[in-house]
Design a protein around this ligand. Sequence first.
Ligand SMILES: Cc1ncc(COP(=O)(O)O)c(C=O)c1O
Length: 465
Amino acid sequence: MNPLEISADEFRRLGTRAVDMAAAFLDELNDLPTFPRTSGAETEALFGVPLPSIGKGAAALDDVGEVFRLSRPPGPRFYGYVLGSGEPVAAIADLLASVLNQNLTAWRSAPAAAAIERATVRALAEAIGCKGFQGALCGGGSAANLMGLAMARESRLQANEAGAQAGVVYASEEVHMSIGKAVALLGLGRQNLRLIPVDSHFRMLPEALEHAIEEDRRAGRRAIAIVASAGTVNTGAIDPLGEIAAIARKHALWLHVDGAYGALAALAAPEKFGALAEADSLSLDAHKWLYQPLDCGCVLYRDPATAQKTFAHTGDYARSLSDDPIEGYAFFEESIELSRRFRALKLWLSLRYHGLDAFRRAIADDLRRAKLLAECIAATPELELLSTLQLSAVCFRYVGTEPSEKLNELNRTILRRVIERGRVYISNATLKGRFALRACIVNHRATDADVLEVVTEVLAAAREV
Ligand SMILES: Cc1ncc(COP(=O)(O)O)c(C=O)c1O
């Protein structure tokens, strides 16, 4: 017997134990602290040990209990960053995907998986109002933004053969850090990322954008793309997509929409987005507002020919032997990666299990609960809202009776205390120099009462510090 082989019966035994462990974890999610009671020294002592030369057999699974115990759980009161809650049907699909071990390079390597990924991506695009867009799943919004901007660069300032030149990209001051990273990696030069001012709702100001483009043009600089945010990471602000699309058209610039946080909310509230379909490329994150387990990002684009021009660089050994549009399809000719896991199985299974309407309702509930939380904060004299609500990110701070110059430090201390208390998990943002507590509701497990605990917990933490 091969040293790594296990029997089907052993697999069944291990699998049953693993599923029991996972089910017990899901069962107790409501009672677990929102951050595990642990320290770096403890995790290092437990996991930073040498791997065994001689296998432990089924006993290896015993240690997974500690992994569960020392993980930050995806419970009903987790509202940090922008992170979905891990839909369990999708988790089962991830196990199956690993057993199937399909390599999503091309149809010929994974016939069913390739068809499922292409159909799921098409369906997602259509569900958010971008019918006809194509694309692929990827690790997350950062990878999708990099691919969007790579297409922008190749379409406006060809770099694949001769190398990159400086090219100007416009985005709002509130844009996600992955855009600055993409601009740097693509050799466009981070100093060529123009951060356009925002209005009092943290949305890009179109007139300031127009002004910046004119100024660069007069100075002889080459502009290539505008990045509009459909849900900024700090406050969920949606840039005025229609006006920005008109400016992009007028100046022949590529329009990439960073919808990693917000675009999937178009399933439930399409009226908030309007001109999403005017983008040339778009990033989505199903591991955010479609509740999928990590990782599950998605890049969409309108024109496959531009994607091919940007990404096709195929070695002879990989060239397709089929002219059939389905059987000859290769993801690697339209995206960065070659080997890719079967991410689409989780989306496909969880969307088929629950149906799109259930996801629409869950997103609508998140939007409603964020509003409920914002109203509760507005009605609490010790607290102050720091941004208007556009999606589900609620930014606020404790003011109490403290002088304003002490508020940043005080709220930082309160945040640490809230997390130590372990009832809710929130994160932070800096808005116009003010330190904000931030609750981002993209959690299918949350109830109204859970979300309102943010207020109770912040007040309790403030009393303690
Ligand atoms: C607006 C926005 N864009 C991009 C990203 C990056 O996504 P990922 O963490 O999946 O790479 C995020 C993450 O929070 C985001 O909120």
